[in-house]
Design a protein around this ligand. Structure first.
Ligand code: XIL
Length: 372
C-alpha cells in the first residue's frame, strides 16, 4: 500500500472513534478522570495543532498515547518528568511492576515505586497499563532457583497474580497478564511456566487476574507479532481457544519493537483486524524503532515510516485503544544495553530534540482527528 493510500484509507475508516474512545469509557468505569475529549469547534479551537501534546492529538483521534516510564529518570530529570506528565495520556511502568521488583524476597512486597507511578498518573490524568504478571524474564532469584514442585509453583503464581492485581485494583486500565509466551515459529516458549505447569497456565493466569479485578482489561502481549506470521497466528488461535473456554481475555498487545534493517510490518492492520473480529481490543504497547549507530538520514527517514506503520495500523483498527512508546527519549532507552551497537530508537533524541518520526506521529494523529 502506498503512503497516500494508507492515509486515504485511514481517513475513510476511522469513523467516529473519538466519540466512543475506549480510553475515555474505561476511565469513567475506573472512576478516573477521562482525558478531555473537546470536540473540534470547542473552547480550544484557537489552539494551534502544533501546540497540542501527543495525548491531546490522540484524544482527537480516539487513541490514548502512552509511554513506558523509567522511575529513576522521573525522580532525577525534571525535563523527563515534565514531558512524561504533559505529553502522554497513559503510562506503563518500564520495570517496577515486574515480579523481581515487587517481590524481591519471597513474601515481602515492595509496592512503593509502582505506587509512585500510579500516583503520578492520577495527578496527571493518565491511565495506567499494568506490566506484567506472567513472564519468563525479570523473575526473582528465589523463584527461579527454588526448585519448586508443579503444585507449589502453581500456588506461587496464583498468589502473585492475586496479590498484585488486588493491590492495584481499580487503578489499572489494562494489564499485560501474559507476556512473550510464544516463539517466533508459533510454538510455546519453553519457560518455567510451560515446563512445570503446562499450557493451561495461560488460561489460569487470566482467570485469576479477572477474579482479583473484574474491571481491568486483560491483555496477552508479545513481540514480532505486528504482521501476519506464524507467531501472531499462534496467538490468534490461542485466543479463539480461550474464548471458547470462556477465559476472560480482553486484548492483544503488539509490542512494536522494530529495527530499520528489517522491513516494516505493512500488514499490521490486517493482523489487528483479525483480532478485532474476535471481539478483542488491540494496542501497540512498546513501540520503538532501533537503528545501527551512527544513524544516517535514510535510516532516520525509515524510522519515521516505521513508527507511522505501527500507528496507522492502530488507527485503522476499530478497537485499537492505545499507542504506547517504550520510552520517549533516547536518553534512557533500553536498546543500547540489549542490542549491541544500536540506538536512536525513540521519538526524541537524548537531548530531547524532535526527529522526523516525532512529526510523522503527530501528522498521522492530526489526519485521523480530521474525521471528527
Ligand atoms: C525492558 C526494560 O526496558 C529494561 O529496562 C529492562 O532491563 C528489561 O526489560 N519486552 C518487554 C519489556 O515486555 O518489559 C522489556 O523491558 C522490553 C521487551
Amino acid at each position: 500500500m502506498s503512503g497516500s493510500t494508507v492515509t486515504t484509507t485511514l481517513r475513510a475508516t476511522r469513523t467516529a472513534l473519538a466519540c466512543t474512545a475506549a480510553g475515555a469509557v474505561a476511565a469513567t468505569v475506573l472512576g478516573l478522570p477521562a482525558a478531555s475529549a473537546a470536540p473540534e469547534g470547542g473552547a480550544d479551537r484557537s489552539k494551534a495543532p502544533a501546540s497540542r501534546t501527543l495525548g491531546e492529538l490522540g484524544d482527537r483521534a480516539g487513541v490514548r498515547i502512552g509511554t513506558a516510564v523509567d522511575m529513576s529518570a522521573l525522580a532525577s530529570d525534571p525535563t523527563y518528568r515534565e514531558k512524561a506528565a504533559a505529553e502522554f495520556s497513559s503510562v506503563t511502568p518500564e520495570n517496577v511492576m515486574k515480579w523481581e521488583a515487587v517481590e524481591p524476597t519471597r513474601g515481602t512486597y515492595d509496592w512503593a515505586p509502582a505506587d509512585e507511578l500510579v500516583a503520578f498518573a492520577r495527578a496527571n490524568h493518565q491511565l495506567v497499563r499494568g506490566h506484567t504478571l506472567v513472564w519468563h524474564s525479570q523473575l526473582p532469584a528465589w523463584l527461579t532457583t527454588g526448585d519448586f514442585t508443579a503444585a507449589q509453583l502453581r500456588d506461587i503464581l496464583h498468589r502473585h497474580i492475586t496479590d498484585e492485581v488486588t493491590h492495584f485494583k481499580g487503578k489499572i486500565w489494562q494489564w499485560d497478564v501474559v507476556n512473550e509466551a510464544f516463539n517466533d515459529d508459533g510454538t510455546m516458549r519453553d519457560s518455567i511456566w510451560l515446563q512445570k505447569l503446562g499450557p493451561g497456565y495461560i488460561a489460569d493466569a487470566f482467570r485469576w487476574a479477572h477474579e482479583a479485578d473484574p474491571k481491568a482489561k486483560l491483555y496477552i502481549n508479545d513481540y514480532n507479532v505486528e504482521g501476519v506470521n506464524a507467531k501472531s497466528t499462534a496467538l490468534h488461535d490461542l485466543v479463539v481457544e480461550l474464548r471458547k473456554q470462556h477465559v476472560p481475555i480482553d486484548g492483544f498487545g503488539v509490542q512494536g519493537h522494530l529495527d530499520v534493517q528489517y522491513p516494516a510490518p505493512h500488514d499490521i492492520a490486517d493482523n489487528l483486524a483479525r483480532f478485532d473480529a474476535l471481539g478483542l481490543e488491540t494496542a501497540i504497547t512498546e513501540a520503538d524503532v532501533r537503528i545501527t549507530l551512527p544513524a544516517d538520514a535514510t535510516e532516520i527517514e525509515a524510522q519515521a515510516q516505521a513508527y507511522s506503520v505501527l500507528l496507522q495500523g492502530c488507527l485503522l483498527t476499530r478497537h485499537c485503544t492505545d499507542f504506547t512508546v517504550w520510552g520517549f527519549t533516547d536518553k534512557y532507552s533500553w536498546v543500547p544495553g540489549v542490542f549491541k551497537g544500536q540506538g536512536y530508537a525513540n521519538l526524541l533524541t537524548d537531548d530531547y530534540r524532535t526527529k522526523p518520526a516525532t512529526n510523522t506521529v503527530r501528522q498521522d494523529l492530526m489526519l485521523a482527528a480530521r474525521r471528527h
